[in-house]
Structure formats: C-alpha cells, structure tokens
Design a protein around this ligand. Structure first.
Ligand SMILES: Cc1ncc(COP(=O)(O)O)c(C=O)c1O
Length: 458
C-alpha cells in the first residue's frame, strides 16, 4: 500500500494544513504556522501512529529483499582482524585485497590537474563517455590486438565492476540461469544474484575440458543463455591461449550463448606471455562483449575507469540502462584517461615489471619455506594451496592464523566460492622489502606449526 504526505500550502489557500494518505485512507491535520519540514514530519508521525499504517510499515521493513539473500561478506572477518591488529600497533603486511598501491603515472595526474581547472569540465558529462576517450580506446585495441572497433561497440563505464553489474541487469531476466566458473571474482556471482537470476558454477580452475563442460551445462533447464569468464583470472591467476577462445566462440555462435569476458588484467602478464582478447577471434563480436579496466595496468583504481566493448546490440542495452542511471564519469577523469591510453604504454610497462619482481620475490620466498606455488603468468595475485598440515582447518581459519600470528593478511579461498576452499590468495600490493618481511614472518609461524605437529605425532 502506498503512503505519502503533502503540505497544503499557500498556493491552495490552505496554509497550515497538511494531508497524508495511506492507500485510500486520507488524514488531514491542522498544524498552525509550523515550519514546512515540521509539518511534514508531524503528518508522517500521525500516519505512522495509525495502527493500520504501522502494520504496513512493519511488513515493508521485514520483507526479505534480494540484498538480504546475499551472504555475509567473508572478507569482512579478515578486515576486522586487520583493523584490530593495526589499532593495537601491529605492523600488518597486507596481501589481502587486490587494491593497487602504485601511484597513477605522473602524466595522467598532470592532465587531470589541468582539465579540472577548466570550468567547462565541471558539468554533467555523457553517460556513454566522451568521444575522445572512446576513440583512444578504439586505437588502443587496434594497437595491442589488431581489433577494429566501431564507435557503437564501445561504452565507457564507471570501472569494470559497475559496468559488469549493470550489464547483467540489462541482459539477464529474473530466474534465468547464468554460467560462470568458480572460484571467481565475487561480483561475477553476486551480480547474477542481484539480478534475481541463477548462478550456475562450473567448478575448477583449469580450462582444459571447460568447453565440453559448458556444452553439457547448456542441456540443463533452465537453459543458460549467458556465460561469464575472466582470463587472466582473479583469484586463480589461470591464463588462456587464443586457442581456448577459438574453440569457445563457434560453440557460443551455434548455441546463441552470450559470452561476457572480464579482461581487467589484460596488461599485467609475465614471462613474455600475452593475454588474448576474446575479440581477436573472428565472429566473436557476434556473441561476446569484453570488459577492460584502467584500475590495474594504469594503477588508476580509485579513478573508476572501465569499458565494455564488443557486440553492438548488447552494448546498446547497457548504454540504455546506464543512460537512466548516471551522467557519465567526471569529465577531467575521462580526458586524463584518454591521454593515458594514448601516451602511457611505457608507464604501464614499468607497473607490469614491478608486479613481476614482486611475484618472483614472493614465489621464491615461499619456495624457501617448502611452500611450492605455481608462479602466475598474469594478474597481481599468487594463488596458493594451503600447506598440507593446515588443510583440515580450512582457508578462513588459516588466513586468521596468518594474520594473528604472522601479521600477514591474505584472502581465504572460500571467499571466492566453495570451490576456492583449500587455497589462499595473496595480492602483490606491497613492495619487495615488505614481501620479504612477510616471508620471514610466515617462516616463523609455519615452521613452528610443522614442529608442533611433529611433536603431536611423536
Ligand atoms: C576480475 C576483476 N574484474 C573487475 C575488477 C574491478 O575493476 P574496476 O576497478 O575497473 O571496477 C577487479 C578488481 O579486483 C577484478 O579482479
């Protein structure tokens, strides 16, 4: 039932009166010469005190919404412990959240500074992004991947995460099944849930046999019409070759399956590996879109710059939805982002090298502790199996243990889906000195644990 209160003001010749409606019930109150906000509050108080209304309000507040069905955020527990440790004066080495610590390259910041001083850039911008930024992204795709994108195939988003979440709302109907790999970046699953659709997890970290698994999953009811992928992958760091997409795209075309590829770690690849864009495959833009983000490669996480590119019809749906929701990114940021895409390849290369050195430092350090971990070929993470003597305790308990005993924060694998249990993710967002310190701290705790286990066994 709807309810509202209005002030019957001077213009109606009813000064001092207010009227409230609860569905078809109408209450009119005389409020003398009280100030308008006071009038409004009083009429609402009066409405609320009516028994029938109170009942209604109670129902409305208690009703379970889609948000209540989202699980408690598992990383909250680690964040709370991290906060407590810092308040207690302990030096926590934070390899938990994938929040890039490197500064945004100077030319980008300088361009922002210049653009922000021009008042013409202070107005609402355009929801789809300014022409100059779309044009530079098209040139970027052409330069890096020899992919030609028409203007209607490009949309600027407020970060990949915002664009992705709204895209799911734009293309997925409530109750529809959506395929995704698991473990996964949490919003890949929760955006589906927020859209009241049904996430269907394809378990496993490898892509070998994945196309067959997708094929099988397409036989089930309700039949999935959308697939979410992301390589280089967060959290598993798994990377693919172009041949994987070459196998997938014909299936997607045959089965009328929309493939959404999150390519946020496109720039952060190691050992000479080059991550392929899904759009490199002929025919891919008939059935797929890709998200690219400036948060990682350009170290612009706080700026919130992302893009959705690919199938023009899908882009147009997202563009339409976003035109109702936002007025576009602050224009000076768009201008600086365009300069970044045009002029900052060398700066991205330095950022990439920095992560590669950190990766080597952590992997070699863990190896010295007999903790053998596959070196990632991409992303800003290391995905490590729990040491054998910790497996029973689970990843959340292990992460808690490392934080409280070694002052090292890591993300428990279970936070990325049940299939992530048995693993932890370490983000390379501290410098090499701090990563080396983290390894020394871990050594103390892990060796203690091994010797106490031996003691128990003896
Ligand atoms: C796979 C993946 N996609 C998207 C994002 C977020 O990107 P953005 O900052 O552009 O919203 C992240 C950040 O951690 C990520 O790991």
């Amino acid at each position: 039932m709807s309810y509202f209160a209005t002030l019957l003001g001077k213009s109606f010749g009813q000064e001092g009166w207010a009227r409230g409606c609860l569905g078809s019930q109408v209450i009119v109150l005389y409020l003398g010469n009280a100030a308008p906000t006071l009038c409004y509050n009083r009429i609402l108080d009066a409405l609320i005190s009516k028994e029938s209304f109170a009942g209604n309000l109670g129902n409305r507040m208690n009703r379970t919404s889609v948000v209540d069905q989202l699980p408690v955020y598992i990383f909250d527990e680690i964040n709370r412990l991290k906060h407590e440790a810092r308040v207690a004066g302990r030096d926590v080495i934070d390899l938990g959240m994938g929040n890039p610590d490197l500064p945004t390259p100077r030319p980008i910041v300088e361009k922002l500074r210049e653009a922000v001083l021009d008042p013409r850039n202070h107005r609402y911008s355009v929801s789809r992004g300014i022409m100059g930024l779309r044009r530079e992204l098209a040139r970027w795709y052409e330069r890096k991947f020899s992919i030609s994108l028409a203007d209607e195939q490009i949309l600027v988003t407020l970060g990949a995460k915002e664009g992705f979440t709204h895209l799911i709302q734009a293309v997925v109907d409530p109750g529809e099944a959506v395929l995704l790999t698991s473990p996964c970046y949490p919003i890949h699953r929760y955006a589906v849930q927020i859209a009241r659709a049904l996430p269907v997890a394809l378990a496993g970290t490898e892509t070998e046999g994945l196309v067959e698994k997708i094929q099988t999953a397409l036989q089930q009811e309700p039949r999935p019409r959308t697939l979410i992928l992301s390589y280089p992958n967060n959290p598993t760091t798994h990377c693919v070759e172009r041949s994987f997409f070459e196998e997938l795209i014909p299936l997607a075309r045959r089965e009328d399956l929309l493939v959404i590829h999150d390519f946020s770690y496109a720039d952060l690849v190691f050992d000479g590996y080059k991550a392929p864009s899904i759009l490199e495959v002929p025919g891919a833009s008939e059935v797929s879109v890709e998200f690219y983000s400036m948060s990682k490669g350009y170290s612009m996480a706080g700026w919130r710059v992302g893009f959705c590119v690919g199938n023009a019809q899908v882009i147009s749906k997202l563009r339409r939805l976003k035109s109702y929701l936002d007025y576009g990114m602050f224009q000076p940021i768009q201008i600086a982002a365009a300069i970044a895409l045009r002029d900052c390849d060398a700066e991205v290369e330095k950022i990439r090298e920095t992560y590669e050195k950190r990766r080597d430092c952590l992997i070699q350090g863990l190896e010295r502790l007999n903790w053998v971990v596959q070196p990632p070929r991409g992303t800003i993470f290391v995905w490590a199996p729990l040491p054998s003597h910790f497996r029973q305790r689970g990843s959340l308990e292990f992460a808690r243990h490392l934080l409280t005993q070694a002052n090292v924060a890591v993300s428990p694998g279970i936070g990325f889906g049940p299939e992530g249990e048995g693993w932890v993710r370490m983000a390379l967002v501290e410098n090499v000195q701090r990563i080396s310190q983290a390894v020394r701290n871990l050594k103390r705790v892990l060796q203690l644990e091994v010797s106490s286990n031996k003691g128990q066994a003896a």
